[in-house]
Design a binder for this molecule. Structure first.
Ligand code: MEV
Length: 314
């Protein structure tokens, strides 16, 4: 009986969320310390895939899954890609240490791990671009009009400078830097915040286009700093500037701002929300020696958890 396993990391957006939906550049990096994990074990028992997701309390069969079930959708898309008309007789188990619905790419990571696992199972390796393309189909179901940044950074598993519908540009990181990611504990459905921005943009296109431009210029400036190295203080300021734009877009929240302020007070060089906003996670750029103190300040300010992660030269 065949078996295989695959993983995929979480992600954070460093710069440019929301504006990236409107074709402005954004920067995202993988977070390797949190992972989605998929195991596939052939059973030869039930002429179908049994899907077990213990974290979600789910145990069901592929054949019975609803049309909008994300796990079933990515399995079906992958089976079609591998030209498998009949699903394998196997149990697919999904676990994840990526907090769900908090802007860390949990959905895209689970989909990526499923595709990687099935690619191994059928001995048909796919490129990151091919994996990203399949995962994007599921992102569309959940996020409405996704830019594609989440599936890209997770499938490539590398820092990216991303512009929607343009060839992927890998970001080369000159000097490592440290981030503390703080969790508000609030689930934030991406499509709601994205829909809010869209309605505001439709109501006042001139103002929103100029906010998107500002976010894009900040991401472009941040790219120079990250690629040339050295100036973390400037990078921190750019994060603060991006947070101001996100507040103007209306996607921040008092909980996020409480954590952002606590991180700045504790000595972070800069801090901002990361992902869709209205809950989810924030990130703070810190001196490595201050990471523990900033994490502690976040917990005192109400964070339900934190991750300390290093973005290494690439
Ligand atoms: C979500 O991780 C990032 C957003 O910019 C949406 C998207 O890019 O599709 C809010």
């Amino acid at each position: 009986m065949k078996s295989c396993g695959a993983t995929a990391p979480g992600k954070v957006i460093l710069f440019g969320e929301h504006a990236v939906v409107y074709h402005r550049p954004a920067i995202a990096v993988p977070v390797m310390s949190v992972q989605a994990k998929v195991d596939l074990q052939e059973t030869g028992a039930h002429h179908d895939v049994r899907i077990i997701a213990p974290d979600l309390g789910r145990d069901y069969r592929l054949a019975e899954a609803e049309a909008d079930d994300a796990l079933a959708l990515i399995i079906r898309l992958a089976l079609a890609r591998f030209q498998q008309v009949v699903p394998p007789e196997a149990t697919l188990t999904v676990t994840s240490s990526i907090p769900l619905g908090r802007g860390l790419g949990s959905g895209a990571a689970i989909s990526t791990a499923v595709v990687r696992c099935l690619a191994q199972f059928y001995g048909q390796p796919l490129t990151p671009a091919e994996i990203s393309e399949l995962v994007y189909e599921v992102e569309k179901l959940y996020h409405g009009t996704p830019s594609g940044i989440d599936n890209t950074v997770i499938a490539y598993q590398q820092p990216v400078y991303f512009i929607r519908e343009q060839p992927i540009e890998r970001l080369s990181v000159r000097d490592s830097f440290t981030l503390v990611v703080g969790d508000t504990g609030q689930v934030s459905p991406t499509h709601k915040a994205v829909g809010h921005v869209r309605r505001q943009w439709q109501a006042d296109p001139q103002r929103f286009e100029s906010l998107f431009d500002e976010a894009g210029q900040i991401a472009a400036a941040a790219r120079n700093v990250i690629e040339q190295g050295g100036s973390v203080v400037r990078l921190g300021r750019l994060m603060n500037d991006n947070q101001a734009v996100l507040e103007a877009l209306g996607v921040s929240s008092s909980e996020l701002e409480q954590l952002i302020e606590a991180a700045r007070q504790a000595g972070a060089w800069g801090a901002k929300l990361s992902g869709a906003g209205w809950g989810g996670n924030m990130i703070a750029l810190v001196e490595p020696e201050r990471a523990a103190a900033v994490a502690d300040a976040l917990l005192k300010a109400g964070a339900t958890g934190y991750i300390i992660t290093e973005v290494a030269p690439s």
